[in-house]
Design a protein around this ligand. Sequence first.
Ligand code: GLU
Length: 418
Amino acid sequence: MKEYLQDPTFLMAQRQLDNVAKAMNLDSSVHARLRYPRKSLIVSVPIRLDNGDTKVLTGYRVQHDMTLGPSKGGIRFHHHVTLGEVTALAMWMTWKCALLNLPYGGAKGGVCCYPEEMSDNEMERVARRYTTEILSIIGPEKDIPAPDMYTNEQTMAWIMDTYSNFVGYAVPGVVTGKPVSVGGTLGRIEATGRGVALTVKKALEKRYPELNAPTVAIQGFGNVGSVTAKHLYEKGMKVVAVSDVHGAIRNPAGLDIYKLFEFMKETGSVVGFEGSEKIDGMALLEERVDVLVPAAVANVITEKNADRIQAKIIAEGANGPLTTEADQILLDKGVLIIPGILANAGGVVVSYFEWVQDIQHLFWSEEQVVEKLDFLMEQAFDEVYELYQRKNVDLRTAAMMLGVGRVATAKNIRGLYP
Ligand code: GLU
């Protein structure tokens, strides 16, 4: 029954939990229960293509844990989506939410498809049919989806609309990352990148306070990578290399990020930007920089390229960009790795603020959102850093000890039903 969970990304997430369980002497009953998801739903998503043909896609929604509250996590449309990967991502959401002290468990969903090849109408049909199929397990008190790879505000509006039509009234709190006009929050789009930049700045201050104008390379120029680039640039750092699905560019003198945004808007890619040289997408990871931000897909730094990484600090903008083997090689080299459950948690933090506003029907200013986001991110960073120093473990272990520990405390006090 559990064969489908032999996926390498799931096994990596499970191994991380096992290692942390050992390091923190975790209660064996809690450990055993946290190794598997609570509920996994596999659905067929049949859609009519624009040319009249029918295609049957596969979708998933996995709820890893619901001890601290409803489960929370994004929905991705991507051809890498598998049950195993979605399960790993759901598990990381559990630790991420607990680490940030959000009253949520972890979930993730996805539809295996090629979004680049689909029209907007086809995407809408996928979003609506997928929502219909998972409708019985989502809801503002049960499980709250959000954007992830290749889903955006528009996708969330379709999900909200589909759910609302089924129950017969508007339910903005069923999903976060919506447009502001239908109950979204100010500050959500920038939240993840803003949080990544904040953790990079704090890590530099702690470990390399002497560096002025640190250099940065960013893999991925989607919502996470591009906003991270903007915030680091505004903090005075030199972004020397970035990439997107079309390739990577580099300029050792530093890229003008505002001009790059305009260029992207006109051409749809970073490649060809004035004054930059085109380099290989994977070579970007090996640039001689102070900070590397992998903000694209999972498993990009493995035992094959880890020893060629030259960065002093790696901030995981993406979920799971480093394999366990790569993690160890880099730690042995003295690289400071800010784990995704901390570095990219800004997105789910502002999702939480959006949900709180939706269920209270009371909306906040952007200043309020940003101030509370920075506060929660700084607090989590400081807690992780303090534990990392006190226990002499790496940052990922420290972050997981805090996240897993909070879930374990709640599980123990709630007890095992029946
Ligand atoms: N997909 C984002 C993540 O991986 C955000 C999830 C959310 O806002 O619920 O953290």
